[in-house]
Write a protein that binds this ligand. Sequence first.
Ligand code: TA6
Length: 284
Amino acid sequence: MGVTETDKSVILNHESGSSAEIYLYGASVVSWKSAGKERLFVSSKAALDGSKAIRGGIPICFPIFGPPPSSPPEYASLSQHGFARNQIWKFEKTVMDRPEGVSVRFTAPAPPAEFQHKYKLAYVVTLSEHQLSTDVHIVNEETDREFKFQALLHGYLAIPDSSKIRISNIPRGTTYVDKILGGKVTQSDGEDIVIDKPIDRVYHSVSSKEIHVDDGFGGGYKVRFRGFEDCTIWNPTEETGKAIADMEDKGWEKYICIEPGYAREFKSLAAGEEFIGQQVYTVL
Ligand code: TA6
């Protein structure tokens, strides 16, 4: 059997030997193993008991990314990255369990009472030999008003040493907001990105829809996305990583966050409309 349910998680096993584990808490993918290696970083100090969003894996940011906007009030009162990563999701079903892939679907519970919007949020995780695909499905279930949200997959990709990686395939001229520089708006020069100081950038409308990470040791990842427009790149390095309470010592050396999402603007769905945002990680 490729799908095993425990009281806290769902475990996928593919016939190639690859595997993945998704916690019901936040529907956070906490492990993805391919070719015998763990591909996601989870801090050894991460809370895994549902008391706090998991520091690592792939937390889901929804219905906002980053700090809350100043209005409307039900969004302004949200905490950073929204509530989906702190909710207990439901394992809905096995979508497929075949050599082509093992796939499962989760649904989020209703929002907190203060957030008066009717929507359906689902998440489909599909594992194959060298790939992990994660799809967010959002349906506006209102009959007569729009629903606005941001959504982003805040994945922590495991790498041997962040100082050795090169991130590429962001087209020259792509606009980004540099949060390290107080939100300065800049254009990408198209050159590879290296991690020699803290990086926290939101790239807007990335037309390549595919970002490459060369790990500097002959491996790496391709991160492809569809539906999502933007992509955040984050690594705090020691300079700011030391201040993160649930980050293990030198944890920032072991991951790079490449985060496709709808993060710049709010996506608006008309009544009854559906949005699908897909991310596919491929091991190189
Ligand atoms: O995606 C990057 C970011 O928004 C950073 O600004 C950084 O704060 C990070 O997410 C972690 O956020 P968290 O709320 O999980 O501590």
